[in-house]
Unconditional design. Structure first.
Length: 238
């Protein structure tokens, strides 16, 4: 059975690498980006490319309509995110904070909610109603870890990603009865446009994340759901 994955934010970096990885594995890949033209010629031709702005309920509804309400989705990767540059506490503005929360915290909630019926279909088909049949993987950050915060700064990113962590922890309980596991990921210090000094390639991060997700599909006891991992599968503190 060919599995289906929806990935947000695939125009560059980790999102693009994840899309390429799952295409190579033979999955049906719905790759999305806020601006469709940024992925039309850069992703593999057999990836199904769609426009999706995770901050727009209208855009999300249009995407779900485009893929079809009866399309089973086995894996949702909420990758789209923003990393506001660090700045002194006294200069942080309200709009900067709200923008970060809208993309990093609210966006994944809205997308997961909109695809819930598709995810339930995928989980039922894959697991036969028994065990893990679906996975929602959210790209978080070590900056979201309260315990690991030893330096401060990055206030908007830390707070918004921590909010996403909290949402995912709760969602793990909500979706378990439907055979859906929820995972949080710190992708590593990845070399991207947002972090050019990164030391981990997007491809290495994507491959590691995919391996952990594979493990979740065989985790019949749901021991992995609601956990925070790095891209190598190491558990991280909240």
């Amino acid at each position: 059975m060919t599995k289906t994955v929806v990935i947000t934010g695939t125009s560059r970096g980790i999102g693009r690498a994840l899309a390429e990885n799952y295409v190579k594995q033979g999955w049906t890949v719905f790759a999305t980006a806020r601006i469709l033209s940024t992925i039309e010629s850069t992703l593999p031709p057999n990836a199904k490319k769609h426009s999706l702005d995770v901050t727009s309920e209208t855009s999300i509804a249009s995407f779900v309509e485009a893929i079809g309400s009866k399309t089973p989705v086995h894996l949702l990767i909420n990758n789209a995110g923003t990393l506001p540059p660090p700045k002194p506490f006294e200069s942080i503005g309200k709009q900067e904070m709200m923008d970060a929360f809208e993309v990093n915290a609210v966006g994944p909630v809205l997308v997961t909610q909109a695809l819930y019926e598709n995810l339930k279909l995928g989980a039922a088909v894959a697991a036969g109603g028994n065990g893990v049949g679906g996975v929602v993987a959210n790209l978080s950050s070590i900056l979201a870890s309260i315990e690991k915060n030893m330096t401060g700064s990055y206030h908007a990113c830390r707070a918004s990603k921590a909010a996403n962590n909290s949402f995912s922890k709760s969602l793990a309980f909500d979706l378990k009865p439907n055979g859906i596991s929820i995972l949080q990921f710190h992708p590593g210090y990845v070399k991207t446009d947002m972090s050019p000094q990164g030391i981990v390639s997007p491809q290495r991060s994507a491959e590691g994340i995919a391996k952990v997700i594979d493990q979740a599909f065989t985790d019949t006891a749901f021991n992995m759901t609601g956990q925070f991992f790095d891209f190598q599968g190491k558990k991280l503190p909240w």
